[in-house]
Design a protein around this ligand. Structure first.
Ligand SMILES: [Zn+2]
Length: 269
């Protein structure tokens, strides 16, 4: 058996929405009932194959919309812990919703990669359907097209894509047509960055559907795939659950609530 390399994985919590209506969170939820909201993350993977950034967060000028508070510029936080965003070579995009593909110009040397299903979705007939358009931003899509013409955007085309030894990118769809999840080999074994395939742990625990989706059946199947690939909730990093911030420690006091260490087992409570 070949020894797989291990990678370090960190979550940067760049924004938070303390509360939101249940109807905006779960399919069939009460629009008048407020429930715990969402946290927003960008991720850094460091390893023998170099540094990968996963998703780039929403643009700061969208702060305040829907009660979302922008806490910090992800690229500035990276700089503080030793990663110069200006020299980052690779950015992986899990899908193209506005809170995952803003700030692309903060990585001027980077090549970006997304699934071809997602690019086809945001530049084709899917966008004529209002419910599919709701979480995309025209500015981001235009920027992705610019990157394509600059030969800085490439596409994953398979269901299971090898990014590097110990890093796999799986297409699950559902929430968006090209929604992907990352499986990464770390010192504690494989973990899964589920991104918006799993916004909240409740989705995998009870198969309660999130309110925004492209394909409901695929989204629920994606809950199962995410959990199966992770091998347990303690190895599954949901894309927006504030429990991630509760469960994983900061890398140091200076980065409390801001840079989370995903390489150690979570303190789940
Ligand atoms: Zn999201």
């Amino acid at each position: 058996m070949i020894d797989l390399p291990t990678h370090e994985v960190y979550a940067i919590r760049y924004a938070t929405q303390p509360q939101r209506p249940e109807g905006s969170t779960f399919l069939g939820g009460d629009p008048k009932k407020m429930v715990r909201g969402l946290d927003f993350f960008t991720y850094v993977i460091k390893g023998p194959e170099g540094t990968f950034i996963v998703d780039t967060g929403f643009n700061a000028d969208l702060s305040g919309d829907g009660g979302r508070n922008f806490l910090c510029e992800p690229s500035e936080v990276m700089n503080k812990f030793g990663i110069d965003p200006k020299t980052v070579k690779k950015v992986l995009l899990t899908h193209a919703h506005f809170d995952h593909v803003g700030n692309l110009d903060h990585y001027p040397q980077a090549e970006f990669a997304i699934h071809v299903e997602e690019m086809n979705s945001i530049t084709g007939p899917d966008i004529t359907y209002t419910p599919f358009r709701v979480a995309y931003h025209k500015r981001d899509t235009k920027k992705l097209v610019d990157l394509l013409y600059e030969e800085r955007l490439s596409f994953f085309t398979e269901t299971v894509n090898k990014v590097a030894p110990g890093i796999e990118f799986h297409l699950v769809g559902g929430h968006s047509r090209g929604q992907m999840i990352l499986r990464i080999h770390t010192k504690r074994g494989w973990i899964v960055l589920a991104s918006d395939a799993v916004h909240l742990y409740e989705e995998v625990e009870t198969e309660r559907p999130f309110s925004i989706f492209h394909d409901l059946q695929k989204m629920i199947a994606g809950y199962r795939t995410s959990l199966q690939l992770a091998g347990g909730i303690n190895r599954l990093i949901s894309g927006h659950d504030p429990k991630v911030t509760d469960w994983y420690p900061a890398i140091s006091n200076e980065f409390e609530g801001q840079v989370l260490d995903l390489n150690i087992h979570p303190q789940m409570n």
